[in-house]
Design a protein around this ligand. Structure first.
Ligand SMILES: [Zn+2]
Length: 334
C-alpha cells in the first residue's frame, strides 16, 4: 500500500503542471514568448543538469512568467483544483497546504483581490468534493519586498477568509535590504490570535539567514527551509527548545544551489537528526523541477541513504502534527 504523504510547503505558481499552465495561457489568449511547448518547458523546469540560483529563478521565471500565467480568477481556480487533485492522484498526498500571495495573482492590481481569493477557495472546494480524503488549506504569503501596508492587507485577508480555508501566513521572497521581521510583531500577533498558523521563509541562503530574528520577534510555528541552522548551534538549540518545525525542500535547494550537492544535503539532514531539530520533507516547486514530486524526493533520500525508512515515516508523522489544517474534505470549512 502506498504511503499517505503530507505536503506543507509548495507555492502555487510552481505546483501547476506545465501542460496545465500551457492550456491556461491558451484558454486566456495570453501571448507567450514561444509557440513551442518544449521550449516553454525548458525555460521554466529546473533539473540537476539545469541549475540556477534562487534569486535568478525568482527574478527571471517564477515572478515574471509563472505568477502572471497563474493570475486571474479562471487561472487561479483551475490551478488550485488541478494541484490538489493531481498531488493526491500522483503521490497520495492527503494533507496539502498550498501557499500563494494573492497580490501576485491579480494581474498587477487589475483584478479585485477578493475575487482572486474566492477563486482559490473555489478551486480547493472542487478538489475536496472530488477527493474528500484530502485535508487541504491555503497559506497566504506576505512578501519581503512589499511595504508593510501591502503586507497588512494580505494578513487581513488571511484572517477574513480563515473560516473558509486560509489556514496560515508566511513571508516569502528575498530581502532587498529594507525588510525586518521586527516590524511585523504586531501583524503576526493579530494573525495568530485569529487562529492562523505562522510559518516564515528564512535561512535558505546566506543572504536571507535571519532565523534568529524570526524566532525572536515572530515565534513562528514552522520555518520554511531553515537549512542554514545546521551551521549554527545556538539557533538549533532554540529550534529544539521551541519545537519549531522546519519545512525542508531538498530538491529545490539543490537546483538553486542553496545546497551545493548531495553530500551537503546529507550533512544538513543528519545534523538536524542528531540535534533533535524537527523537520518535514516538502517540494517547494513540485512541477517546475524534474523529479520534483514528493515521492521522487523521498526516493532520492532513500537511495542516497540520507534517511532511513523509519526516519522518513517520522518526518511524515511530524508533518501530520505540524499541519495548520484541521480536517478532511469540504466539511472542515462548513
Ligand atoms: Zn518556498
Amino acid at each position: 500500500m502506498r504511503k499517505e504523504l503530507v505536503e506543507l510547503h509548495a507555492h502555487i505558481s510552481a505546483s501547476i503542471p506545465t501542460s496545465v499552465l500551457w492550456s491556461i495561457a491558451h484558454a486566456e489568449g495570453m501571448k507567450l514568448a514561444t509557440k513551442d511547448f518544449w521550449e516553454f518547458e525548458n525555460k521554466i523546469v529546473l533539473s540537476l543538469e539545469r541549475k540556477t540560483t534562487l534569486r535568478e529563478y525568482l527574478d527571471t521565471v517564477l515572478h515574471p512568467i509563472l505568477d502572471p500565467l497563474s493570475s486571474g480568477t479562471y487561472a487561479v481556480e483551475k490551478a488550485v483544483h488541478e494541484t490538489l487533485g493531481g498531488a493526491y492522484r500522483s503521490s497520495n498526498i492527503i494533507i496539502y497546504e498550498l501557499r500563494l500571495n494573492p497580490m501576485k495573482h491579480n494581474s498587477g492590481g487589475q483584478q479585485d483581490l477578493d475575487h482572486i481569493i474566492m477563486a482559490a477557495l473555489r478551486g480547493m472546494e472542487k478538489a475536496l468534493l472530488e477527493f474528500p480524503q484530502i485535508q487541504a488549506g491555503l497559506i497566504f504569503c506576505m512578501d519581503r519586498q512589499f511595504d508593510k501596508t501591502k503586507n497588512e492587507i494580505i494578513a487581513e485577508k488571511a484572517i477574513k477568509y480563515h473560516k473558509r480555508g486560509v489556514v496560515g501566513i508566511d513571508f516569502a521572497n528575498y530581502n532587498r535590504g529594507h525588510f525586518s521581521f521586527k516590524e511585523y510583531k504586531d501583524v503576526v500577533k493579530m494573525c495568530r490570535k485569529a487562529g492562523l498558523g505562522v510559518t516564515v521563509h528564512t535561512g535558505e541562503t546566506d543572504a536571507d539567514n535571519d532565523i534568529g530574528e524570526a524566532i525572536e520577534y515572530l515565534q513562528p510555528d514552522r520555518i520554511g527551509h531553515g537549512i542554514k541552522a545546521a551551521y549554527n548551534k545556538p539557533v538549533m538549540k532554540e529550534l529544539v527548545k521551541r519545537r519549531i518545525v522546519l519545512e525542508l525542500c531538498p530538491m529545490s535547494n539543490i537546483v538553486t544551489r542553496a545546497v551545493e550537492n548531495i553530500e551537503e544535503l546529507r550533512f544538513i539532514l543528519r545534523t538536524f537528526i542528531e540535534t533533535g531539530v524537527l523537520f518535514t520533507i516538502n517540494t517547494d516547486w513540485p512541477e517546475t523541477m524534474e523529479r520534483g514530486h514528493l515521492t521522487d524526493q523521498l526516493e532520492l533520500l532513500r537511495n542516497e541513504k540520507i534517511l532511513t525508512e523509519e526516519e522518513i515515516d517520522r518526518c511524515i508523522q511530524i508533518a501530520r502534527k505540524a499541519t495548520f489544517t484541521k480536517g478532511a474534505g469540504i466539511n472542515a470549512y462548513l
